[in-house]
Design a protein around this ligand. Structure first.
Ligand SMILES: Cc1cc2nc3c(=O)[nH]c(=O)nc-3n(C[C@H](O)[C@H](O)[C@H](O)COP(=O)(O)OP(=O)(O)OC[C@H]3O[C@@H](n4cnc5c(N)ncnc54)[C@H](O)[C@@H]3O)c2cc1C
Length: 425
């Protein structure tokens, strides 16, 4: 089963995974001398401020993703970038920890997925998703502003909208996890497990630097961590946790005294409770169908847009270079997804270790001192800082961070930190 000149590829969903799929297909097809008819179905208008125009996330682009964009001949325009992040500040009971970007050459930026907060003011920021979709359109991809109601199975997949029933040679499902993938039961697709997060936007509190992101821990109960991410005149609040209460953002703002940082208090400007995928989906490929991005598999709590890029690339490479049958995707696409799943296992272990560590004030203090002591070392030897930077930005694999945190240097640093904590206590 192969794509040929004139084959119709229909991509359902115009978030990052959908646009990256189109761009990768064009790249590989161009190299293979193949001309395809590619359409993206996306009803969302990314130029609208607020949740209606937004795919709801913290909007941090890892440096790996920023570098990957170049392989698609894309460069992030200045008006899409809301902030260049050069440091994270961890707020612990024992004090603050400043973690600077370990390698200044590796750029981490924040973007808006839509056009800023619902109650934001003009000039509205340029949406990252909207910009990416425009890049695909500029290269000949057809955007259909329609929501897909069903994808029917058969000899050829059938894409059904309110107005059309269209046959495709290949359907790429890039619908994320915040709406139901419209695949008929016959495809055997089972979506990933998800958890509900909480987000809002505020004006960047006075006195906070526009290039530093902030990480906080409880309150509210159930929080794994909460991030405050600068975006131009605003700051995004993203809370990752288990079973967060409905008033999580208000508790977070009050609990961390954020409302005292600005004379006008901290009115919230947007508000949403998006879902994040915490497992891979099942049945994510079939004859003439492949799911990408969150609808297939993503990185645990991190760099979901980077994972969308990787899965889209692997699916497009398979479709052009190998074929569009189930066996082709099993042989050539599945391994790329399994790599992400395996890496997430290390991520889960790291988050569990961190949760255990936080139960003991002594351990947190020992670890904090280990991080502080590292500031005397050259950046390459600042193991704890590199692990923290990687965990909060998604800029490195969980596997590498896991083994780094068990390295001899990291454990020796922790022992020294424990000694210092005991002496001080
Ligand atoms: C709280 C939170 C914070 C996050 N922070 C980050 C971060 O800082 N950095 C990062 O890289 N990732 C982050 N993520 C993850 C990131 O949001 C996702 O991994 C990423 O959006 C996945 O892209 P996608 O294209 O697969 O799905 P989505 O971005 O969800 O896009 C899916 C698209 O499909 C469209 N669609 C859905 N159904 C249909 C249909 N039937 N017909 C037509 N179109 C349809 C939708 O309108 C949407 O545009 C975060 C997630 C959450 C929940």
């Amino acid at each position: 089963m192969r794509l040929v000149n004139g084959s119709r590829v229909m991509i359902v969903g115009g978030g990052p995974a959908g646009s990256f799929s189109a761009l990768h297909l064009l790249r590989f097809a161009g190299q293979a001398g193949l001309k395809l008819e590619i359409s993206i179905f996306e009803a969302r208008d990314f130029s609208q401020p607020g949740p209606g125009g937004c795919n709801k996330c913290a909007g941090i682009l890892s440096s790996t993703l920023v570098e990957h964009l170049a392989s698609l001949d894309l460069a992030l325009p200045h008006n899409v970038v809301q902030a260049e992040l050069d440091a994270y500040i961890l707020h612990l009971e024992q004090g603050e920890l400043l973690i600077r970007r370990p390698d200044p050459a590796r750029r981490i930026v924040s973007v808006y997925r839509g056009s800023g907060p619902r109650l934001g003011r003009a000039p509205y920021p340029q949406s990252f998703d909207g910009w990416l979709l425009e890049q695909a359109q500029a290269r000949g991809v057809r955007l259909r502003r329609e929501r897909v109601r069903a994808i029917r199975a058969g000899l050829r997949p059938m894409v059904v909208t309110a107005r059309h029933e269209l046959e495709a040679e290949l359907v790429i499902v890039a619908t994320g996890v915040n709406s139901r993938a419209p695949l008929e039961h016959a495809w055997g697709y089972r979506p990933p497990r998800t958890e509900t997060m909480a987000q809002d936007e505020i004006l960047l509190p006075g006195g906070l630097q526009g290039s530093h992101a902030h990480i906080f821990f409880d309150p509210p109960g159930g929080l794994i961590f909460g991030a405050l991410i600068p975006k131009g005149p605003y700051a995004n609040i993203s809370l990752l946790g288990h079973r967060l209460p409905p008033e999580a953002v208000a508790e977070f703002i009050e609990g961390h005294n954020l409302s005292t940082l600005s004379p006008q208090g901290t009115p919230v400007l947007c508000g949403c409770t998006p879902r994040v995928a915490v497992s891979a989906s099942r049945g994510y490929y079939h004859d003439r169908m492949v799911a990408v991005g969150d609808a297939a598999v993503t990185r645990l709590y991190k760099d979901g847009i980077g994972a969308a890029y990787l899965t889209a690339e692997a699916a497009a490479r398979t479709a052009i270079l190998r074929g569009i049958g189930r066996a082709d995707f099993a042989r050539s696409y599945r391994p790329a997804c399994r790599r992400i799943v395996r890496d997430n296992t290390y991520g889960r272990l790291l988050f569990r270790l961190w949760a255990l560590n936080r139960r003991s004030a002594f351990l947190v203090d020992a670890w904090r001192r280990a991080v502080l002591q590292e500031s005397r070392l050259p950046p390459a030897e600042q193991i704890h800082r590199r692990v923290l930077w990687g965990m909060f930005t998604g800029d490195d694999s969980y596997r590498r961070m896991f083994w780094l945190s068990w390295s001899r240097a990291a454990l020796a640093g922790l022992l020294q930190g424990a000694y210092a904590a005991r002496t001080a206590g």
